[in-house]
Write a protein that binds this ligand. Structure first.
Ligand SMILES: [Zn+2]
Length: 84
């Protein structure tokens, strides 16, 4: 399976669900990548990306797609994902 396959098969919403993460009605959720007390991770279902608005976050300033999300969550590199 290569990255393109993962991107095509895996919707961000499905991925979030598999991690037990449920965005609120505004498509926001508490960011799993930093200590987050108020939801600062905005999910964009149309593009299957999300973005964390906290400057304390390791992902801050970057748009996170499905692959990035798995990388941050599992702490693995793009190279390792390609070997899946
Ligand atoms: Zn964050």
């Amino acid at each position: 399976m290569d990255i393109q396959d993962i991107k095509q098969d895996l919707r961000l919403s499905r991925l979030l669900e598999s991690y037990g993460l449920h965005p609120d009605n505004n498509n926001r959720l508490c960011c799993p990548f930093h200590r987050d007390r108020t939801p600062s991770l905005q999910v964009y279902p149309e593009t299957d990306t999300c973005y964390c608005f906290s400057s304390n976050c390791q992902t801050h300033g970057k748009s996170i797609d499905v692959i990035d999300f798995i990388m941050y969550k599992e702490n693995i590199s793009k190279h390792e994902i390609q070997r899946w």
